[in-house]
Design a protein around this ligand. Structure first.
Ligand code: SF4
Length: 295
């Protein structure tokens, strides 16, 4: 199931529409990459219209939509409706939530429509989890939700997301033990990034690439059988190409209430956005040069 997901087909072949529904969240994590200064949410009707029209684009279709935030489930009904809408049109659906607003009845409703669920778990100890995400009970709650999904016959991918910082590095490997009886397909480890609110806690949360790599290697040794451990280094995750709800292209580190093509068919994408061709080409070449991969 993981290998067939469009996100794993990589740059140059396919597109996932990464929609930041809102920057608002009921939590207040010190390391959050959002600024929270932007209120509101995407226009769900415009978004559905965009998805519908993308299905009939001649050269480009959006095979998948990744819904995130902030906390998208602050708008639970609209998000569930969007997931059901996308699924009914054969679009791959992914939900990135802090998990706390998910109840057992939600699992029953949404599991058959969802292809990927992302849930954060950052520590094996509640007190450390509380420092990372504002609330300690997120740890037992998300273990419970992940278990409910795996026991519901959920056919999609269960992904656990862990932000690794100096604060919780010692409490990451222990998560493996807690995941023993839960089906986890991907365990994504994110190196802490000093963006948004997180910029103000860099001194206490900042983690070297070396220590992050050590945690990644330790996790690989103990991760549940069959689980893919996927590290996300800061340097490889700094730039994005956005399609704003208006259809305009934006480039940058983050754009409020935007739709982000995170893996796209470059040629087809450019065709859809002729006006931005020069800028996009320059951008891609610059980035590839930075990464030492200039063709
Ligand atoms: S890190 Fe996630 S859960 Fe925490 S405040 Fe930001 S959006 Fe909410």
């Amino acid at each position: 199931m993981v290998n067939n997901s469009p996100i794993f087909t990589g740059l140059g072949r396919t597109a996932i529409l990464d929609v930041q529904i809102t920057q608002a969240c009921q939590l207040n994590c010190a390391m959050c990459i959002n600024s929270k200064a932007v209120k509101g949410h995407v226009d769900f009707i415009a978004l559905k219209r965009f998805l519908e029209s993308s299905l009939s684009f001649k050269h480009m279709t959006i095979p998948g939509i990744a819904i995130g935030g902030g906390e998208p489930l602050l708008f639970k009904e609209a998000v569930f409706d969007l997931i059901e809408f996308a699924k009914s049109r054969g679009i791959y659906t992914s939900l990135n939530t802090n998990g706390l607003l998910l109840a057992p009845e939600d699992v029953q409703r949404i599991a058959p429509k969802l292809d990927m669920l992302h849930l954060p778990i950052d520590a094996s100890m509640e007190d450390v989890q509380a420092v990372m995400r504002d609330v300690g009970h997120l740890l037992p709650h998300n273990l419970w939700i992940a278990k409910l999904f795996s026991e519901s016959g959920f056919k999609g991918t269960i992904k656990i997301a862990t932000v690794v910082s100096s604060v919780n590095a010692h409490s990451v490997v222990g998560i493996a033990k807690l995941l023993e009886n839960i089906r986890v397909d991907i365990w994504r480890l994110y190196q802490f990034r000093p963006h948004g609110m997180g910029a103000s806690v860099f001194d206490s949360y900042g983690i070297s690439e070396q220590l992050f790599s050590t945690v990644v290697e330790d996790v690989k040794r103990v991760a549940p059988r069959g689980c893919i451990v996927a590290p996300n280094y800061t340097e490889r995750y700094v730039d994005k190409v956005f399609v704003l709800p208006s259809g305009d292209l934006a480039i940058g580190n983050s754009a409020p209430l935007s739709m982000n093509i995170c893996a796209f068919d470059e040629a087809m994408f450019i065709k859809q956005h002729e006006a931005h061709l020069r800028r996009l080409e320059l951008y891609i070449r610059e980035r590839l040069a930075c990464y030492g991969k200039m063709p």
